[in-house]
Design a protein around this ligand. Structure first.
Ligand code: SF4
Length: 404
């Protein structure tokens, strides 16, 4: 499926990259008229998304709402806010055209889009009183995600990854000696999963927290969550995948235990391949965990559990295409999936820049990853697709596999 944008013909993956990296403005009328029957809410915590006509899921970050959420997260002063506000413009807009939600660019209609079915998910609380909103999100049609279940010790130690909104929040709280955000209990997590499976057609889950200095700390968290999910039935209710995002441990027996407890695949994400850039963009990961430990854990998993069982995420748009390609190829050759999330620079500059990647960069990245997935027979997870990640979309486009 192709679209015309600013004189260029782009496919669904390229259009997704452009929308995710640039954000959009959503007309009030869309919230007002569609918010009852569809999952589109004027709230940054609800992780809005839409579907392109071929089923590709696209994150819909409304820049106006996003900025006010950021200001409350970081308590920025007005001067900073003003500066960032000037940078945060976008030519994309979600509007109603003859009653149909449609994506526009500089006023031109690009394509009609489909919104997800309405959900009561974000109105729920667990029995302990934990609100779902702000602790978990629905992604696309079939994922529930917990982005940062426990604090990132690297961020608290003053070394957050520059692009990471959660890391920035942990760093700011630690710096001001404020308490860390609430940590959902294992029972809370199980309840959220069971609800999402029963009411929202969810079949897969992403489980992650912040990086920890000691593998035992992280293992304690993950084990408690997975054990409760087992007992409560939440684990068995997931009919597709459970992805674990971990800090690569020195000893790999921890990884074996995660697979025994039900993980489908495990990620140790490098985010950036280039060593010099990674030192400044992901300082904690590089100085505390090291690149080598990531690579050892990833190749251990691929060697023992088979190709495609481990993956490492790259943030697309942060480094030159050449180093990204080098890293992706290194991993793919060894049976590790190079996965890809589009960098969303809104209000969180990296090395002083909020300039997203160009269409040409996204196109070359898509072609490069598609080639690697086909050559090494790697099928990324994602089912119908995720909001910001593009690996599944690329694989679907390359193989012609239908959206499930
Ligand atoms: S280590 Fe993970 S949680 Fe911590 S700042 Fe980096 S990406 Fe965020």
């Amino acid at each position: 499926m192709n679209y015309k944008i600013d004189g260029h013909i782009v496919d669904s993956v390229e259009l997704k990259c452009l929308v995710v990296s640039r954000g959009l403005k959503i007309d009030r009328e869309v919230y007002r008229k569609c918010g009852k029957d569809f999952r589109i809410y004027p709230n940054a915590l609800t992780c809005n998304s839409f579907k392109l006509p071929d089923g590709t899921i696209v994150m819909a970050t409304d820049l106006g709402i996003h900025l006010s959420t950021l200001s409350s997260m970081f308590s920025w002063d007005n001067l900073k806010l003003f500066r960032y506000m000037n940078d945060m413009t976008t030519d994309f807009r979600l509007s109603l055209v003859e009653g149909q939600p449609s994506l526009r660019y500089k006023g031109e209609i690009i394509t009609p889009v489909q919104l997800m079915q309405a959900s009561d998910f974000y109105r729920q609380k667990t029995r302990s009183g934990m609100p779902f909103a702000g602790n978990a999100v629905l992604q696309g049609c079939d994922w529930v995600a917990f982005q940062c279940l426990w604090p990132c010790e690297y961020a608290c130690a003053g070394k957050p990854c520059q692009f990471c909104f959660s890391g920035g929040q942990f760093e700011a709280l630690a710096h001001r000696k404020k308490p860390m955000p609430f940590i959902p209990s294992p029972a809370d997590v199980s309840e959220v999963v069971l609800y999402a499976v029963e009411h929202d057609g969810v079949n897969s889950m992403q489980l992650t927290g912040g990086s920890t200095f000691r593998a035992e700390t992280e293992e304690k968290y993950i084990t408690a969550y997975l054990e409760d999910m087992k007992i409560s039935g939440a684990l068995d209710s997931l009919k597709n995948e459970l992805l674990l995002y971990i800090t690569p441990p020195e000893r790999h027996d921890v990884i074996d235990r995660y697979f025994e407890m039900g993980a489908s695949r495990i990620a140790c994400s490098l985010e950036v391949w280039d060593d010099k850039l990674a030192e400044s963009i992901t300082p904690g990961k590089r100085s505390f965990t090291t690149k080598q430990r990531h690579l050892d854990a990833l190749t251990y998993i691929a060697g023992k559990y088979g190709p495609g069982k481990s993956f490492s995420n790259f943030i697309i748009g942060l480094e030159p295409f050449e180093t990204l390609k080098e890293g992706a190829a290194w991993l793919a050759e060894r049976g590790v999936i190079p996965s890809a999330s589009v960098w969303m620079p809104f209000g969180k500059p990296v090395n002083g820049s909020m300039k997203p990647a160009s269409l040409d960069y996204f196109r070359r990245t898509k072609e490069m990853l598609a080639e690697l997935y086909l050559k090494y027979n790697l099928e990324p997870s994602g089912c119908c697709g995720l909001n910001v990640c593009i690996e599944r979309d690329i694989w679907r486009l390359a193989t012609g596999a239908p959206c499930c």
